[in-house]
Each structure stands twice: as C-alpha cells, then as structure tokens.
Design a protein around this ligand. Structure first.
Ligand SMILES: [Ca+2]
Ligand SMILES: [Ca+2]
Length: 344
C-alpha cells in the first residue's frame, strides 16, 4: 500500500514538472518520492549535470515564489562558499540551518538548481560539484534543511603511456611495486648549494642519500632525498629528490639533474603530509612516483628518467563513485516547511 501511494506521488510530481519549468509559479508538492528521485539523480554524474543546468527560477532561493538578490561574501580562510541574500525590498534574508547546525560538513562548493519548481542547493566537498556531500532546501520561512547526504568513494584508473610500461603501471595500481629506494645517512646537513634560493635553513632537511641509477643509464648516481616543511598551521611537509655531484656538495651539473628537479616541482606542494612521493625499483628500472595518494594538489604520476629525458609512464584518472547515504524526509512534515512543504 505504502509503495502504491509513493508511486502516485511520483507520477503527480512528474506531470506538474512540465508546467513549472518557466521560472516561479506552479510547483509540484515536495514529497518523499520527489526528494528520493532528486537525490538518486545526484549520484549519477550525467543526471547531476543535467540538474545543475536547471537554472530557470533559481533566484528564488527560499521557495516562496519571489526572487532574491544574491551577493557573494568572503568565506574566510577556508574559502567555504558564502552568499548573502536580499529580498526585493532590500532586507537581508537570514537563513537558519535547521537540524544540522551541529554537523561539521566540509564543503567548498555550493550550487543552486531547480527541480520540479523548487530551488535546491548541492553542497560539494570540492569547488566543483563532483563530490556531493549533501543537498539542502530552504523553506519560505528561511529554514535550511538537509534533504539527503552522500558518500564519495575515490578510485583511480591507471593508464600506461606506452605498452612497455603496462607492467609497472599495473604493479603500482595493485600496490605490488613495493621496492622503494632506501635512503641512508640520516641527519646529514643539506649542502648550501643544494638548498633552493630564498628557502630558510630550517625549512629544508635531508632525509638521506642513496647510490642509485636514477637515470637508468647503467651507472649509479648520488641522490639525496630532501624534506621541505612549512612552519604554518599544522606543520606540513613533503619530500623530493636531487641528483648530486659525486662529492655530494652541489647539484649534478648535467641536464638530467635539472630535468628531474623541474619535473618534481609540483610535488613539493606542502600540503600537510598527504603528498607522498617516492623512488622505487621495478624490474631493474628506477621510477619516480609523485603524489602516490592522489591528493588534489598535483596529479598522481609515475615517471622514469631515461638519460636526460623524463617520461610519464603512468597517469591516473580519478573516478568518484557517489552513493546516497541518507534521505531526510522528516523536514517535509515540519511546520516550518511552510507553503512548499507537504502536509499529511
Ligand atoms: Ca524567494
Ligand atoms: Ca645513472
């Protein structure tokens, strides 16, 4: 019986949608089938993009049939999304979060869209809508409710740039390329000539050195692993590698040293410890893996230095799998839902 009622609600919502596309005016009643339909669409990237293109009438952020004027405001250090809204009469509209004030959602993107004549907000863990965290709805009483919550699982699809790298790429993807180059002699001081200009002495340190054929020409090279730290905030660090001259006092003068250094530049981004870089050996060759954990700060890559040429052997495409975690239907029956809310 319950199922049948839901199915009817869905059919009605669908029928009304066809007459509510032009701006404000008629809208389908907010019902749980409508909400469930909306929320399940958010999990599919193409359906989500289609939803976000529905902008006709989106200026009515609180679903009372009248448009508001939005002004961007600064979201502070974390660049969280922020906007102020004003009614036509110029009065600021203050929105009260209801039922999730205590919840610390980490969101950086907020995207308004229309669905069946209502305005909703997709709140994402990125500036882009690719990592949905929750959908919210603002009632004519300016109460904002969470409509549904999502979970995102991140996967990587590995691509070899050439057939000859297939094996190493697969090994990295399956985490079976585990032979990391070992850096010994911990605690040695970074030679002045190796420390980048403008870098303070205590922000750089040596993790160690290794004799390893980093450019794969059959002759071992002296490689130093360095760590760079930031004194700001939580104390963040990342590591990188330099090819040194045989005496260990300066950078190796040949082109390979420059090429390798330049390639690693994006991987120095200091991002609180989650940037993981390494040198590893696989079937007799030395490879560099940058951003092994695939954070947002740089692409995840496996590269090989062949003489003075660096080749990106494996690249990784991010694939986000979004699942619907909870649907909050309670707000549909709260009084503050007002006119737009369903009354049962
Ligand atoms: Ca309005
Ligand atoms: Ca070599």
């Amino acid at each position: 019986m319950g199922r049948k009622v839901r199915a009817m609600g869905f059919a009605m919502g669908f029928a009304l949608a066809s007459v509510s596309l032009s701006g404000y005016g008629q809208k389908a009643r907010l019902t749980s089938p409508l909400v469930e339909d909306l929320c399940s669409r958010i999990t599919k990237p193409s359906a989500r993009d289609a939803l976000l293109r529905q902008q006709d009438g989106v200026e009515d952020i609180n679903n009372d049939g009248r448009p508001e004027r939005a002004e961007r405001c600064s979201g502070g250090e974390m660049e969280t999304p922020c906007a102020r809204y004003y009614a036509i009469d110029g009065k600021e509209i203050l929105i009260v979060e209801e039922g999730f004030e205590w919840q610390d959602f980490q969101t950086f993107g907020r995207h308004a869209f229309r669905f069946r004549g209502h305005t909703f907000f997709l709140n994402s863990a990125r500036h882009t809508p690719t990592h949905p965290v929750y959908v919210s709805y603002i009632t004519p009483h300016n109460r904002e409710h969470v409509v549904c919550e999502f979970r995102n699982e991140r996967n990587e699809i590995v691509v070899a740039s050439d057939g000859k790298y297939d094996r190493v790429c697969k090994a990295v993807a399956s985490m079976s390329a585990q032979q990391d180059v070992v850096f010994a002699d911990q605690g040695i001081v970074v030679p002045e000539a190796v420390r980048p200009r403008n870098a303070s002495r205590d922000s750089f340190g040596s993790i160690g050195t290794a004799r390893v054929d980093v450019d794969n020409d059959g002759k071992p090279d002296l490689v130093m692993q360095l760590s760079i730290t930031s004194g700001f905030g939580r104390g963040c660090s990342a590591s990188y590698f330099e090819i040194l001259d045989d005496d260990g006092m300066r950078m190796h003068p040949e082109e390979k040293s420059h090429v390798f250094g330049e390639f690693q530049r994006p991987y120095w981004a200091v991002n609180c410890g989650s940037m993981s870089n390494r040198l590893f050996e696989y079937e007799g060759q030395i490879y560099y893996e940058g951003n092994a954990l695939g954070t947002d700060d740089a692409p995840h890559v496996v590269a090989i230095l062949e003489g003075a040429k660096i080749v990106e052997a494996c690249t990784f495409q991010e694939a986000i799998q979004t699942t619907l975690f909870t649907v909050n239907e309670r707000f549909l029956t709260t009084r503050s839902s007002g006119r737009a809310g369903a009354r049962r």
